[in-house]
Design a protein around this ligand. Structure first.
Ligand code: PBG
Length: 334
């Protein structure tokens, strides 16, 4: 018998890698992960995104290969963003049947179908960002009134048309990310009226105005002057994030999302506790860039930091995680 008087020894469960593996409460799986991808119109070679080392703006051909790789790796989904050659005030290319995002969706569906036929396993769900900021010449997520503010209700009509164009191109999930009031209900109606009752809506429900979207602005050649603080949320507010998620659930969202992930793990936990639909979290461009930059300097262990950051998001309640490391992480899992 021990003379130390210590009865409880939690360290027993940490003594070997086998024991640690057995008792792990969370496990990452490739199927939980969604890879965001950018496709740009009018380029002949992929263009590296300097603030997101390892990520590129894809050509249509390289997008095909990236989606095929995601399919072979068993990822749960891909989230597509389009960068058009021409922008205007209303973001017309967002709903053009041959607009770059719609072309990207068709290419992605083709790549998934090809790999599924080859492997006999389900490929990634094809998702599309439903927002105007990549398509407007002013860079805002909606259309503007004469005094330059974002017009909520006029923007909703545009989102409806955009979602239908994406569904027509083959998007299985549309993901409204503009934080307009009522966007989920309007998109649901538009999809249903157009015969797309089976197209899902992944709502960016609690999306905060964040400097961590910085590298994304480079990724989509954003033209934005100013900020998005009249529609994206204030970092101080957790309760408001829960309310936004409740509203999206009431409007018929099939999945809800918190974004960014790392600075909002409390909001993520809160949404996960009250949501009866799957909950997603987006580990955004700046979260990626920070770890890449610190690792490139030799200040942190890259792989361990990536895994810890994503596991933390899962532990906080995310069923689905959007991360630029999705493909690489899948190659690390057993
Ligand atoms: C809007 C959108 C943004 C991101 C995803 N969808 C940019 C923004 O709201 O400013 C950011 C993603 C990231 O930073 O990785 N289309």
């Amino acid at each position: 018998m021990s003379t130390s008087g210590i009865v409880h020894r939690p360290r027993r469960l940490r003594v070997t890698p086998r024991m640690r593996r057995l008792v792990a409460e969370q496990r990452l799986h490739a199927a939980d992960l969604v890879l965001p991808l950018f496709v740009k119109e009018g380029i002949s070679e992929p263009v590296p995104i300097s603030s997101m080392p390892g990520q590129v703006q894809h050509t249509e051909a390289s997008l095909h290969d990236a989606v095929a790789a995601a399919a072979r790796a068993g990822l749960g989904g891909v989230m597509l963003f389009g960068i058009p050659a021409v922008r205007d005030a209303r973001g017309s290319q967002a709903e053009a049947p041959d607009g770059i995002l719609q072309r990207g969706i068709r290419i992605a569906r083709g790549a998934v179908a090809r790999v599924e036929a080859e492997t006999g396993r389900p490929g990634p769900v094809v998702m599309a960002d439903t927002c105007l900021d990549e398509f407007t010449d002013h860079g805002h997520c909606g259309v503007l009134t004469d005094d330059g503010t974002v017009d909520n209700d006029a923007t909703l009509e545009r989102y409806g048309a955009m979602a239908v164009a994406q569904a027509e191109a083959g998007a299985e999930v549309v993901a409204p990310s503009g934080m307009m009031d009522g966007q989920v209900a309007v998109i649901r109606d538009a999809l249903d009226d157009a015969g797309f009752a089976d197209t899902s809506i992944l709502a960016y429900s609690a999306k905060y105005a964040s400097p961590f979207y910085g590298p994304f602005r480079e990724a989509v050649d954003s033209e934005l002057q100013g900020d998005r603080r009249t529609y994206q949320m204030d970092a101080a507010n957790a309760r408001e994030g829960l309310r936004e998620a409740d509203l999206d659930l009431a409007e018929g969202a099939d999945m809800v999302m918190v974004k960014p992930a790392g600075s909002y793990l409390d909001v993520l936990r809160g949404v996960a506790d009250r949501s009866d639909v799957p909950v997603a979290a987006y580990q955004v461009s700046g979260e990626y860039a920070m770890i890449e930059a610190a690792a490139a300097n030799g200040w942190i262990d890259r792989r361990a930091s990536v895994l810890e950051s994503v596991l933390g998001i899962k532990r906080a309640g995310a069923d689905v995680i959007l991360t630029y490391w999705a493909l690489e992480i899948s190659s690390w899992l057993d």
